[in-house]
Design a protein around this ligand. Sequence first.
Ligand SMILES: C=Cc1c2[nH]c(c1C)Cc1[nH]c(c(CCC(=O)O)c1C)Cc1[nH]c(c(C)c1CCC(=O)O)Cc1[nH]c(c(C)c1C=C)C2
Length: 649
Amino acid sequence: MRLKRHGNLLQNSLKQVCLKSSAPHLAPTGYSCRRNASSTVSPSAPQQDIAIVGGGITGLSTAYYLSRGPNSPKVTVYESSKRIGGWLSSRSVDVNGGKVLFEQGPRSLRPSVPRGLNTVALLEEIGLGDEIIYIPKTSPSAQLRWLFYPDHLFSLPVPSEGLLAALPKFFQEPALKGIVWGILTEIFKETRPEDLEDESVGSFLSRRISPNLVNNVVSAVFHGVYAGDVWQLSAKSLMPHQWHVEGEDGSVLLGIPHMMQMVREDDFKLIVELAGRNEPTFEAREKIKGCSVFTLKKGVQQLTDRMESLLRMGGNVEFKPSTAVREIALVEEGRKVQLITDKDSTTTTHDQVISTLFSKTLSKICNSTATDGSPSRTLLPSLSQTHAVSVNVVNLYYTDPHTLPIRGFGYLIPQSVPFDQNPERGLGVVFDSEITTEQDTVPGTKLTVMLGGHWWDGWTSIPNEKESIELAKSLVRRHLNITTEPAATFFSSQKDCIPQYTVGHSQRLKEAHKSLLYHFKGRVKVAGNSYTGVGVNDCLKASLEIASSTLSPDWNQKTGLESFEKDLEYVEKKNAMGIYKDDLLKMEELRKRLEDDKGKAHGKDVEEKFESVTMERKKMLDWKMKQAKKQADDARRRLERWKEQGQKK
Ligand SMILES: C=Cc1c2[nH]c(c1C)Cc1[nH]c(c(CCC(=O)O)c1C)Cc1[nH]c(c(C)c1CCC(=O)O)Cc1[nH]c(c(C)c1C=C)C2
């Protein structure tokens, strides 16, 4: 009975989500997932049939965005494994009379503007707003981040303590040697040759600042995000702002003021889109302001679980788990895409296919048909070069809440640490119980040890479960002096979990865009962590965009990679200030008028005018705030109504 009521509630909320996105006054400015009047697909046209290959976070959210409007297409999600949800995997494990939550993939998300805001908006939309745990910027896990070099842990400078407090560390810590000098002399360094299309993060930052910064600090930070090798990862793709300003201003340092006024054009579009819908709610925006990262009460997998159940209840989406797609081909004179799956070689046809697979896997299933007996070749050669790293994740739980000798987020191990200090090939350790204890029912200390990544490139076999747990215990014994046995351990091997955006990434994707258009006429599109960012926030942004492209009038010009046709474009941040955009533009107008007046007016007059402008701005902001709050109240009341309706049913 209880479950049923819950089910009704979910179904209702999906209906409400649909109603919401179809409301004309809420029409998104940029990404319309609705088929509007100008669409090539008229309301009487047959329902489109879309296949999504891959049932991870990108596949599920694409299915969700496709399904939330009226006249939504028929969607089929193909997933090779039994389980839907992909890399987002949270396990609740029984320990000593209670339960602790272990994360195998991403564990917390950043509230960055606008991608993190977009994630919060989605969480609110699917009814998980109250399940978000906001970790405050003041918590030890947000303040203290540690690095290991060469044989000890040291904390990275805390920005709030200021430069003066941090300065001695730059001279005492061997890892930071030469970095201050490298920064001070950056503006005098030669700029890159004009014909240099891309280079590694290592080469870029060594050239601009110092190799020590790369080997001892940046390589550690890149371990924490990409588990990759800084000497192979692309500066153009992964440090796009810094790369851009070097090109524009000749120096990264001199370019900082410029950089701070800029925002990527695609992010700007998302800011405007979110502001247009006043999302996330005012309350969530307020919480985000003070938070460093956020997660969910039952772990990040709650996001994929909720989307899956909403989609199953909505009725327009069919799930095909344990069904690997082994071939994709254009058929019926280019009017359909055929998928051949490994289930008895079943074939199905669809109007469009969105692949969220690892790009190399996609390249293997998109082949030319050889009629002359020669071996078939991939139609997407530039994607066949992609490489991904594997990470073994070991979760450890100790009953003593005071097992750790230090507080903070955890620590990262840079590439320069000698082998004898890191024979386990560790990348870093997360102090999960320092980030939040809200997910567990018993006290204790919870750690996650990450092993492998690029260290294992070229290895033919990697450590198994038993070996990895031993390696993890040995690592925390040497680095943290933890000698007690954990009360619980959990292991997972994440094979090829992080695609590596190595030098030439953007050029390869530009070529892939052309190949997809040429061979599949826009009927095969891509999204996911192989292309426009490896994080959850990036994947959700990509799925919003690809769902919109799929239903747009010019769907046949879109592949998900069209942004790679040209270099990244930036716009001025002041035009991208979300809900304050109009105010700021009006302010700018007033400021200009005042400047014009300046020549005519004197002293007191000018001061008075400035004061009146400030008052005017304040009034405008107050008004906007009140409006946003009213909208949030309305949304809350609406939600209460849905809940009541759901319960009555
Ligand atoms: C399986 C291991 C993973 C490692 N990195 C990622 C995974 C899935 C992916 C990843 N990690 C972070 C980001 C950036 C997030 C964003 O921009 O929104 C991505 C794409 C950052 C991050 N890394 C760790 C944590 C707890 C976070 C969360 C945000 C933060 O606090 O900065 C921990 C961590 N992840 C990896 C390692 C080696 C590591 C070590 C401490 C590899």
